[in-house]
Design a protein around this ligand. Structure first.
Ligand SMILES: [Zn+2]
Ligand SMILES: [Zn+2]
Length: 146
C-alpha cells in the first residue's frame, strides 16, 4: 500500500469522524465526496472553523480542498464551497492558496479577511492598515525634511 492510498484512506476516515454519524446514506455521500474530489491536505492550518449548514442548519466544518475551502456538514453531508465577500466592493474574495494561512484577498481593493469574519472585522483591519500606512508616510515625510 503506497502513501497515496494511506492518505486517501485517512481523509475519508477524518471526514467520517467529523461527521460522527452512523447513517449509511450520509456516510456513503461523504465517501463519494472524498473519492470524487482531488487530494487535499486533511486539515487546514487555520484551525477549526464552523458555520450553519445551508440545508439542515446544523454545524458544517471547514475543510480545505484542492479547489479551495469547502464547508462539509456534519449532519447531512452537504458540501458547499466557502465564499467570503468583500464588504466594500461586494465581490467574492480570492481564497487562500492550498496549505496557506486563512487569508482571503479582495481582487479589487487591499482588504483581506479570515473565514467567518464579519464586515466590521474586515473594515476594522483595513482601518488599522490605513492608519499604519499613514503613520509610515508621516514618518518618511519627516525624514525627507531633514
Ligand atoms: Zn446539513
Ligand atoms: Zn474590496
Amino acid at each position: 500500500m503506497n502513501d497515496f492510498v494511506d492518505e486517501a484512506r485517512s481523509r475519508v476516515a477524518h471526514l467520517l469522524r467529523m461527521a460522527n454519524t452512523t447513517d449509511d446514506r450520509v456516510r456513503a455521500r461523504i465517501i463519494e465526496y472524498a473519492d470524487t474530489t482531488p487530494e487535499p491536505p486533511v486539515m487546514s492550518r487555520a484551525g477549526i472553523v464552523t458555520t450553519g449548514c445551508a440545508q439542515c442548519l446544523r454545524t458544517a466544518w471547514r475543510q480545505q480542498d484542492a479547489e479551495g475551502p469547502v464547508w462539509v456538514c456534519a449532519s447531512c453531508g452537504h458540501v458547499e464551497g466557502v465564499t467570503v465577500n468583500c464588504p466594500h466592493c461586494k465581490v467574492a474574495m480570492t481564497p487562500p492558496p492550498l496549505g496557506a494561512p486563512d487569508r482571503w484577498q479582495c481582487p479589487r481593493c487591499p482588504r483581506v479577511a479570515a473565514t467567518g469574519e464579519s464586515a466590521q472585522d474586515i473594515e476594522e483591519r483595513e482601518r488599522q492598515r490605513l492608519a499604519a500606512v499613514a503613520a509610515l508616510d508621516a514618518a518618511m515625510a519627516l525624514r525627507a525634511g531633514d
